[in-house]
Design a protein around this ligand. Structure first.
Ligand SMILES: O=C(O)c1cccc(C(=O)CC[C@H]2O[C@@H](n3cnc4c(=O)[nH]cnc43)[C@H](O)[C@@H]2O)c1
Length: 262
């Protein structure tokens, strides 16, 4: 089972890899670095990438890692967007874990002119929602105690009670907002790989008060969650893929890429 985990910042990446005893580093084309952990005797290979803040950086990083793995003949079976998040009260208080049943682009669309908002779905440009596999969501929620629901992706983090209220009305099933999930999901969908979002709540969605963010607490919750997740990933059925896992351990991904003209 090969899992790609995409975080925004290195502190989140390190919180994920801290759930396993050791890690190795693999450079990606373009200079980003995958941090690989292989917990529990090798049933799961988990590559963790800090791709940057926001949906565009997340999509670019995830797509690069997915493409490199596919070209190397070792495609991923699952992509996870992970990190800290704002939680919608009262469903997801600070310190809680949330798992997405849906990854939703909450501010990708157009203003309607009458103060309303039209999503990309309503505009006819694809879908503003990606669904996570139901069986996996249930298993992750069971193993970690995560609150399940929609996780919104925003390019502008909410900073007022008014905006928090607008989002809650538009997305009654939302439990949290982050800034990367939908971008990661778009890259996963382009590769036909299932996606999931798992976040630990560092702050409430609402008036901006960075001093009240409990980032350390959220990062520790993320580490604890991944400790319980690796066995869940190991049990998740791999999708049929073209080609097979090489089973080899190249020092870099580049080493395992096909030789041009060879
Ligand atoms: O300053 C630090 O030490 C630090 C450590 C880890 C992460 C951070 C971040 O600022 C991460 C930004 C990241 O977090 C997500 N996030 C968290 N709260 C919210 C929110 O209320 N609304 C939207 N996004 C949120 C988001 O995915 C950011 O990319 C700092």
């Amino acid at each position: 089972m090969r899992v790609l985990v995409v975080t925004a910042v290195p502190a989140e990446r390190d919180a994920v890899t801290a759930a396993a005893p050791e890690r190795r580093e693999f450079p990606l084309p373009g200079g980003a670095v995958l941090h690989r952990v292989v917990p529990d005797g090798g049933a799961v290979v988990c590559d963790v990438l800090a791709a940057g803040v926001g949906p565009a950086a997340a999509a670019a990083g995830a797509a690069t890692a997915l493409t490199a793995a596919a070209l190397a003949g070792d495609p991923y079976d699952l992509v996870v967007s992970a990190g800290i998040a704002g939680g919608f009260a009262p469903a997801a208080p600070v310190g809680a874990l949330v798992v997405s049943d849906a990854l939703v682009a909450a501010d990708l669309g157009a203003q309607s002119g009458d103060g309303g908002f039209l999503s990309v779905t309503e505009l006819g440009f694809g879908s503003h929602t990606h669904r996570a596999p139901e069986e996996l969501v249930r298993a992750v929620a069971g193993a970690t105690g995560a609150v399940r629901g929609a996780v919104l992706t925003v390019s502008t983090a909410t900073g007022t009670a008014e905006r928090a209220g607008e989002l809650a009305v538009r997305h009654p099933g939302a439990v949290a907002e982050g800034m990367e999930g939908f971008g990661v999901a778009e890259a996963a969908a382009a590769h036909g790989v299932p996606v999931l979002e798992l976040r630990a709540v560092s702050n409430e969605v609402g008036p901006r008060d960075k001093a009240a963010w409990r980032i350390g607490e959220a990062l520790r919750a993320l580490t604890g969650a991944f400790g319980g997740l690796f066995p869940v990933f190991a049990a998740f059925p791999a999708l049929p893929v073209l080609g097979s896992s090489s089973g080899s351990s190249p020092a870099t991904l580049a080493e395992s890429l096909p030789v041009q003209g060879g």
